[in-house]
Design a binder for this molecule. Structure first.
Ligand SMILES: *Cc1c(COP(=O)(O)O)cnc(C)c1O
Length: 380
């Protein structure tokens, strides 16, 4: 038995699936420097333009001065500093739950949460387009995994009817590669009728959707009926980390049993401190409303026909190599818009994925529209 990684890599290349890391020589933002080229960046998840903002840079500096650089230990040992707890209290209030728990990433949040709550004999029911972190977490739990076609309520109901043990439905407010939303009100009705729990990943909704940017559950007034509200601090919040918001009992259990929390060093206290500032002062309130309004204006400039459901606007190409070709033509024209391919999306559904930030200018979007027109691509 030999490894033969060489053949594997070559095969991957031939199929147009090979990727490499891009190194930015500038800050994150609407304009970035990449390999000596200045590019307009339509590929980050920094929807409100906070990642490189003066406000968050200042908050990071303040956090470091007060609490130092590293947490020094895992949360349960001695790595929980005041800003971790303050952040969690703020997140619980923001999400309308009794409690919340911060993890070192959104990925770690999913991986810690699902296996702590379900095991062999239980059932996890996922939307087909759920993020890899949720799929991996479901697998790790050992529970039976069932998948329903994207946003298909009829199939979801069938799966609920024949599920065993504890039953958890998992879906997302805004789907990361399609930018569409889940039918949350209907899903909540269904899971309640069958005594199941719902885990809602609000990664792309927090900061963008709902009053004060609280997410889709808040927009629909359903916070109290979503059992597990998950999110990340790494997208609109502008930093890094993840969280789970739920009742006190769930959070207490996760503190004991979420292995990605128990066996991993706490996020740097400065990050927790800056995330607290971001949630309380930049995302919530009038400053956040202003950024959300700008984001909406930019999105309706990009898609005047129908206003997009989120800050993610995909242009479906289909063929992997075609999508790569389009992406590199746009790159020559001065835009960074990656081709999203298998295995991130299904084979044959490769796409250009445009993500908008409140900091993009009207002029940048005008130029993008012209370039997409030149490439023969219609507005979604
Ligand atoms: C980005 C993302 C995550 C992971 O969050 P990180 O903080 O980047 O680890 C989880 N779920 C969804 C839907 C995401 O888009």
């Amino acid at each position: 038995m030999s490894w033969d990684l060489q053949t594997q890599c070559e095969e991957w290349r031939e199929r147009g699936l090979w990727r490499e890391l891009r190194v930015l020589d500038s800050m994150q933002g609407p304009v970035i420097h990449l390999d000596g080229q200045e590019l307009v960046n339509f590929s980050s998840n920094d929807y409100l333009g906070l990642a490189a903002s003066a406000e968050l840079q200042e908050a990071m500096r303040e956090g470091i001065e007060r609490y130092g650089a590293g947490a020094g230990a895992s949360r349960l040992v001695c790595g929980t500093l005041r800003p971790h707890r303050d952040l969690e209290d703020a997140l619980a209030e923001f999400k309308g739950t009794e409690a919340a728990l911060a993890f070192s990433s959104g990925y770690a949040t999913a991986l810690g949460t699902i296996p702590a709550l379900l095991g062999t004999g239980d059932t996890v029911i996922l939307d087909k387009l759920c993020h890899a972190s949720l799929v991996d977490a479901a697998k790790l739990s050992g529970a039976t995994i069932r998948v329903f076609p994207h946003n298909h309520l009829g199939k979801l109901e069938k799966l609920l009817q024949c599920a065993n043990g504890r039953v958890l439905v998992v879906t997302e407010s805004v789907f990361s590669m399609d930018g569409d939303r889940c039918p949350l009100a209907e899903i909540v009705e269904l899971k309640d009728r069958h005594g199941a729990w719902l885990m809602l990943d609000e990664a792309h909704a927090v900061g963008v959707i709902g009053p004060d940017g609280r997410g889709l559950a808040a927009e629909l007034g359903l916070e109290s009926r979503v059992d597990l509200q998950m999110g990340t601090l790494s997208k609109a919040i502008g930093l890094s980390g993840g969280y789970l918001a739920a009742n006190r009992q769930v959070i207490g259990w996760l503190i004991n049993r979420a292995r990605s929390l128990v066996y991993s060093t706490a996020m740097p206290p400065s990050v927790a401190y800056a995330a607290l500032v971001s949630v309380c002062k930049l995302v919530r309130g009038p400053a956040g409303d202003l950024r959300r309004q700008r984001l909406r204006d930019r999105l309706s400039q990009l898609c005047p026909e129908k206003s997009p459901a989120s800050a993610i606007v995909p242009w479906i190409i289909g063929d992997e190599l075609n999508a790569m070709e389009m992406s590199s033509r746009l790159r020559e024209a001065g835009f960074l818009i990656p081709a999203i391919r298998y295995p991130t999306v299904a084979r044959g559904s490769a796409r250009l994925r445009v993500t908008m930030s409140a900091d993009h200018t009207k002029e940048q979007i005008g130029r993008l529209l012209a370039a997409l027109g030149d490439a023969g691509l219609p507005c979604a």
